[in-house]
Design a protein around this ligand. Structure first.
Ligand code: FAD
Length: 560
């Protein structure tokens, strides 16, 4: 039984604090939100009417994943659809590890969240009946995805929330990097959040100054960790900073091994280490089908839903087919969207990106490959954003709430960011946690940074060995390689955004690789070549914690 026996330690020296200049300024606010995607903005907006809210974001407001989302937001809006079906589809995708109560709660709030966004000014695409158009995506048994601008749904969400947050008087500190959390003691002697250390950056990412923002409530909304992998659909800002900052603060993270690989990003050999353009699932929803380089269908005989199977099934089928190198091609397959009417109108963004890469999707098959897309695990929290530390909240892709289990159902994440973000903000508007003084002597721990020149070593190893199909020998080799990279962390590395991010990427990569090695089964989006099936005694979560000399993985029963 894994939950009894499963405590594994990987010996590795990772910093427990990012090395940065001394604090030279302080700010005091009610609520500080780290990150300005859907989750952070929703929280800030809901808290703002009665609180001083400061958003700290390391780039421009729209640098996270939110602005890139294509497909849309899932909610039961068709009278023929039911909450029960949305819950069931989510649980099926989550492969036994969802928290059903959390899923039900999210699904019930989802339609209201969509209406709320519309009241804030979001314009979703209308259907032929004048109501919202609803599309279907992989794993959904009904059409329940609202979208905007065809395939620019996230941009509309970001625009709407940006505008409302600014108009409501939310203060934004951009080009400001959240380094580490700062704690104090509550009246009852419990460790409680006191604030966060922030580095203000210049236009080149160099540190201008470091300050301390104190607040009774700190909301971590820093997004996922797609950039831990060389091949990813995520934008450059999504480097797992919030996960790493939480690990360094001694918080527990959950289920980091469950990385969803999007089956279809636009394959681009010359630029494969950058963000890669997503070819939305909605394209398959509208009828596109996958072929290998030899012209054979990829999904026939793999799953009853064929090209609309859940994305882990599709990503795994593509990876397996690529490994066979049909017609000598081992790094991509093809998506045929040429039979879709009005493709350019329905998917203008994708059409433009394909044409920029020299492919006309109206007449040619699109070369595609899987890439890291969504991170199901994160900071252990719940649908109210509560974490194990009073005053500290986690929202959006950085959080583990129990909704996604071992695999996220497509388009549930923007909905979750909006629902949970709004709940956190609203609760903070009602009541703030106790304000505590930062401890005079914060534990210094091991400070240091990884130089950015080593970032790609980590990312390439992660994509190669901790990708869609995970081999046991590669997992161990990758952990050894990451431990060796960690030896190069030094206190003499200059504090810059790139170096902060490289250090965070290494920290998260080590935790992900250790979790993937520990889970000796295949479940959801975690696929092992040595244990190809789900195992009954593995219906458990993996908790991850960091100390100055190890990463510890512990199994706990799924219901805990
Ligand atoms: C190409 C693509 C398509 C997608 N399509 C869909 C879809 O159709 N439907 C769906 O539901 N989901 C989709 N997703 C997933 C979805 O977009 C994300 O899960 C969601 O937007 C996450 O929102 P967030 O607010 O948690 O994080 P993000 O939107 O990623 O925002 C994170 C924020 O934190 C900031 N930040 C990070 N680190 C720091 C730091 N150290 N200090 C300060 N600020 C920091 C970033 O700059 C950013 O502002 C897609 C994702 C991608 C990449």
């Amino acid at each position: 039984m894994p939950t009894r026996s499963r405590v594994q330690q990987v010996a590795v020296n990772l910093p427990t604090q990012l090395h940065a200049p001394e604090v030279s300024w302080t700010r005091e606010v009610d609520v500080v939100v780290l990150g300005s995607g859907a989750a952070g903005l929703a929280a800030a907006l809901a808290a703002r009417p009665v609180r001083d809210v400061l958003i700290v974001t390391k780039d421009t407001l729209d640098a996270g994943s939110t602005a890139w989302a294509q497909g849309g937001l899932a909610a039961v809006l068709d009278p023929a659809d039911t909450f029960g079906e949305h819950v069931r589809d989510t649980l099926d995708a989550g492969a036994g590890l969802c928290d059903e109560a959390a899923v039900t709660s999210l699904v019930r709030d989802a339609p209201t969240a969509i209406q709320y966004l519309e009241l804030l000014g979001a314009a979703f695409d209308p259907g032929s009946d004048g109501l919202r158009a609803l599309t279907r995506e992989g794993g959904h048994s009904r059409s329940r995805i609202v979208h905007a601008g065809g395939d620019q749904s996230g941009a509309e969400v970001q625009r709407t929330l940006d505008m409302n947050a600014i108009n409501a008087g939310v203060e934004v500190m951009d080009h400001a990097f959240a380094l580490d959390l700062v704690f104090g003691k509550s009246n009852r002697g419990r460790r409680q959040i006191a604030g966060v250390r922030i580095a203000k950056l210049d236009e080149y990412g160099n540190v201008e100054s470091v300050g301390l923002v104190t607040a009774p409530a700190v909301v971590i909304a820093t997004g996922g960790y797609g950039q831990v992998f060389a091949s990813t659909s995520n934008p450059p800002a999504v480097t797992g900073d919030g996960h790493a900052l939480a690990l360094r603060a001694g918080l527990t993270l959950r289920d980091l091994e469950f990385v969803q690989f999007h089956p279809t990003v636009l394959w681009h050999p010359a630029d494969s280490s950058q963000q890669q353009m997503l070819i939305s699932e909605a394209v398959r929803g509208e009828g596109a089908v996958l072929f290998d380089a030899a012209g054979e269908r990829v999904m026939v005989g793999v799953h009853p839903q064929e090209d609309l199977a859940p994305r882990d099934v599709v990503a795994s089928a593509i990876s397996a087919r690529m490994a066979q190198a049909p017609a000598g091609v081992d790094d991509h397959v093809y998506l045929d969207a040429t039979k879709i009417d009005n493709f350019a109108e329905r998917f203008p963004f994708i059409t433009k990106a394909c044409r920029a890469a020299g492919i006309d999707p109206l007449t040619q098959r699109i070369p595609v490959a899987p890439a890291a897309h969504y991170t199901c695990g994160g900071i252990d929290s719940n649908l109210d954003g509560l974490t194990e530390v009073d005053g500290l909240f986690a929202v959006g892709e950085v959080a583990y709430t129990g909704v996604h289990g071992a695999n996220r159902l497509a388009s549930n994440s923007l909905t979750e960011s909006l629902v949970v973000g709004t709940r956190v903000g609203r609760n903070l508007a009602w009541k703030l946690p106790e304000r505590v003084k930062p401890d005079d002597a914060q534990p210094i721990g091991v400070t240091g940074l990884l130089h950015d020149s080593l970032r790609s070593d980590v990312r390439v190893a992660m994509s190669k060995h901790i990708g869609v199909l995970r081999r046991p020998e590669s997992l161990q080799l990758t952990i050894d390689a990451l431990s060796a990279v960690a030896e190069k962390v030094g206190a003499d590395v200059a504090p810059t955004r790139r170096n902060f991010e490289a250090t965070n990427i290494l920290t998260v990569a080590t935790a992900v690789a250790a979790s993937a090695l520990a889970r000796t089964e295949s479940r959801g989006c975690h696929r092992r070549t040595d244990f190809t099936e789900q195992r009954a005694d593995w219906v458990c979560h993996l908790e991850v914690a960091l100390t100055s000399d190890s990463v510890t993985i512990r199994g706990i029963p799924a219901e805990a």
